[in-house]
Design a protein around this ligand. Structure first.
Ligand SMILES: [Zn+2]
Length: 427
């Protein structure tokens, strides 16, 4: 055994004093007593599976002033995330095999953690979905426009889904109906306008379209960043092969209590009322929602600090997601078992990767936490290039140590490996 880690490990739904044996980057044994070439005893600290973020925008290539694979993955690592899946709306977009290969190469040079890549589906690459599938972990379809989104006409939806169903890859959706968005569009002066011009019916309609277009297909679909009660109600009756995710911002922040720096909270779909927020949080807590995803979409302070209508949509979140939810576990707002399911196990299941769970045979992607070490989020301590956080001053529990494939990549909150340690998780 290369390494053994001792502590209170979370598996089969509870904490057990034990040792985790690691060989060739995988968990090889879990026993009361084990000794490896190297042994680290974490005493009473907790050992959890590392998180997986199925939804990030690392802006690389093309917008590396906002973020790149190095800064984004470093932020993720410090937030206890061992693997991220990057969206296709970079410049250039990952809508052809060349751009997919290029992004994988760039990320492999820069990433501190493991990563996967989505291919974007646009109107004129539907016929090439089969070849794209060999280079990506899944597909993304934007049914509504957003800041640097990929245009897709919903009349092509059924055909695109038929093609994707042949590839056995998952497809993720930005579910806002473009026709309704256009109908409602107007100059937005503030966050309330943003909410009014992107009403929940846009999300509701789009989810109905997705469910209808997927009927009868052997297809894994995922509705990203659910934002409304109306959307949630429809998804309650979804078939097993449709999953959904919610972001920390949609489930923990609402617009009806004063959101001070309004442009900073501008995001698509919009952050809605406290009723929506509470319904989404409760649905996550009950397991009606499958995953928590950050939709980490960094824009710099300067870019955000504009007239409301001109400010780009999107918020950062990859580094704060797991720590904020661990703090919610501490104050008993949500059980730990549910958080592990939402941030680790279900994401691993959806993307079919051998991570997300403390189990023999899986990658030794682990984090060490101490629930007593609660701090407050301070933007100047975070690692994203964007330099701000919608969760400024929120209580959070950051992991002191992070292991990826058995390698201790963060020890006492300091990075231990170089960029390029991260690997593509394979198409
Ligand atoms: Zn996104």
């Amino acid at each position: 055994m290369d390494l053994t880690i001792e502590g209170k490990a979370f598996f089969n739904g509870s904490f057990n004093d034990c040792c985790i044996g690691i060989k060739n980057g995988k968990i090889s044994e879990i026993k009361k007593i084990l000794k490896g070439d190297e042994h680290i005893n974490f005493g009473n600290k907790l050992i959890l599976p590392a998180g997986i973020d199925v939804h990030v925008h690392f802006r690389d290539p093309g917008m590396t002033n906002k973020e790149d694979f190095s800064s984004g993955s470093l932020a993720a690592a410090h937030g206890g995330i061992s693997c991220v899946f990057d969206m296709p709306n970079t410049i250039p977009q990952t809508t052809n095999t060349q751009n997919l290969s290029d992004k994988i190469l760039t990320a492999a040079k820069k990433s501190f953690i493991d990563f996967g890549i989505y291919a974007g589906v646009i109107d004129d690459n539907i016929k090439k979905i089969g070849s794209l599938a060999k280079k990506c972990n899944g597909f993304k379809i934007y049914l509504g426009s957003s800041t640097v989104a990929l245009a897709f006409n919903k009349t092509n939806l059924r055909e695109a889904l038929q093609q994707i169903s042949k590839t056995e890859k998952i497809v993720l959706f930005h579910a806002e109906d473009e026709e309704l968005l256009i109908k409602n569009r107007n100059i937005e002066k503030n966050i309330v306008d943003h909410l009014r011009f992107r009403p929940s019916v846009c999300e509701e309609t789009s989810i109905k379209n997705i469910m209808q277009a997927s009927q009868g297909l052997n297809l894994k679909s995922h509705v990203c960043h659910l934002s409304s009660i109306e959307g949630l109600e429809i998804l309650k009756n979804r078939p097993n092969n449709i999953s959904c995710g919610v972001t920390p911002h949609h489930s923990l922040i609402s617009t009806d209590k004063s959101v001070s720096s309004q442009t900073f909270y501008k995001v698509n779909p919009p952050i809605r009322s406290s009723f929506d927020k509470e319904a989404l949080f409760n649905a996550a807590k009950k397991g009606i929602i499958d995953v928590i995803e950050s939709d980490h979409a960094p824009h710099t302070k300067d870019e955000k600090d504009k007239e409301f209508d001109e400010a780009p949509s999107g918020l950062p979140g990859v580094e704060t997601m797991f720590p904020v939810f661990l703090s919610l576990v501490k104050n008993e707002s949500i059980p730990l078992q549910r958080v592990v399911s939402l941030l680790c196990q279900r994401p691993a299941d959806l993307l079919s990767i051998p991570k997300g769970k403390i189990e023999v045979g899986r990658d030794a992607d682990l984090i060490i936490i101490n629930l007593k070490n609660e701090t407050r989020i301070k933007s100047d301590k975070l690692h994203s290039k964007c330099g701000w956080s919608p969760f400024e001053d929120w209580p959070a529990i950051f992991p002191s140590h992070v292991f990826v494939r058995g390698e201790n990549i963060i020890a006492d909150n300091e990075i231990q490996v170089s960029q390029g340690f991260g690997r593509f998780v394979g198409a």
